[in-house]
Design a protein around this ligand. Structure first.
Ligand SMILES: *[C@@H]1O[C@H](CO)[C@@H](O)[C@H](O)[C@H]1NC(C)=O
Ligand SMILES: *[C@@H]1O[C@H](CO)[C@@H](O)[C@H](O)[C@H]1NC(C)=O
Ligand SMILES: *[C@@H]1O[C@H](CO)[C@@H](O)[C@H](O)[C@H]1NC(C)=O
Ligand SMILES: *[C@@H]1O[C@H](CO)[C@@H](O)[C@H](O)[C@H]1NC(C)=O
Ligand SMILES: *[C@@H]1O[C@H](CO)[C@@H](O)[C@H](O)[C@H]1NC(C)=O
Length: 223
């Protein structure tokens, strides 16, 4: 009897220690409010686990933030992911999206793109410039403004209709949305792999085969 129990113990030990190649062996990321799963994956997953798709690799920085690195624009914090609408919201690690946009937000060589874009003009104004006066006044960008100078970004087509006295135009840049002002985050979408329908049906995407990039939808009933 004791021998049988010992056998059972080792049997279960062996069973649980088996490395699994299913999605359960993929690291869920370091911010549990934003779970990372296929097509996203953590950098720490060994490539042979095939946890995610090219270009969707996230790293863990400062232990609490999932970071997505854009080849030409650097690190962004992954704020939220909607797996079924295939949208991702990213923020600046230093909470100044305006500065990142001014530097030129470049999403080339990533699977992501904005839903829309609009040209914005960046203005350097005195803090009492008419553009800030109500009614219809805009607010300065806090993370870029100082006591002596206030910075503001306006949709380029509105600059002509605004009173820009006491302001100088600094630069025109691409704003990755149709919003009238710069928000705290940037919303992007991806087209491939197309797993939105699968996700909204309660399933999840996985690689279909061990070696190709073809994906297929698994539902809980497949197991
Ligand atoms: C991580 O923390 C360091 C120091 O606190 C900070 O300078 C850096 O910007 C942080 N990085 C991210 C990605 O949050
Ligand atoms: C992004 O930067 C790369 C490298 O500088 C450049 O080749 C590419 O044209 C840029 N993309 C856009 C959309 O500006
Ligand atoms: C933004 O400006 C660029 C360069 O001036 C122009 O080619 C492009 O059409 C403009 N985009 C929009 C949405 O107005
Ligand atoms: C903003 O304007 C002030 C005064 O004209 C100037 O000293 C400052 O360098 C300007 N800053 C930028 C970023 O253009
Ligand atoms: C802009 O504002 C200044 C200061 O309030 C005012 O003197 C000027 O007439 C205004 N310009 C226009 C075109 O409204």
């Amino acid at each position: 009897m004791a021998a049988f129990r010992l056998f059972l113990f080792f049997f279960f030990l062996l069973f649980y220690l088996q490395p699994s190649r299913s999605h359960e062996s993929c690291h869920p990321g370091c911010d549990l409010l934003v779970p990372i799963h296929f097509p996203f994956q953590m950098m720490s997953n060994p490539p042979e686990n095939r946890c995610g798709y090219d270009g969707f690799t996230v790293t863990c920085k400062n232990e609490t933030r999932n970071i997505l690195t854009f080849p030409f624009s650097g690190d962004f914090v992954v704020d939220s992911i909607s797996y079924f609408s295939q949208r991702i919201s990213i923020t600046d690690p230093c909470n100044c999206i305006a500065r990142r946009l001014l530097q030129g937000f470049n999403y080339s060589d990533t699977p992501f793109q904005p839903l829309d874009t609009r040209n914005f003009t960046f203005l350097n104004c005195t803090s009492d410039a008419p553009v800030f006066q109500s009614p219809g006044g805009v607010s300065p960008i806090p993370c870029l403004s100082s006591e002596s100078h206030s910075f503001v970004a306006l949709p380029t087509e509105r600059v002509g209709a605004s009173n820009t006295s006491s302001c100088t135009e600094v630069v025109t840049f691409m704003h990755p949305s149709l919003d009238d002002s710069i928000k705290d985050s940037i919303l992007l979408t991806w087209k491939e792999p197309d797993c939105g329908r699968c996700e909204s049906d309660g399933g999840f995407c996985q690689y279909k085969y061990d070696t190709s990039s073809e994906v297929s939808c698994f539902t809980p009933f497949d197991h």
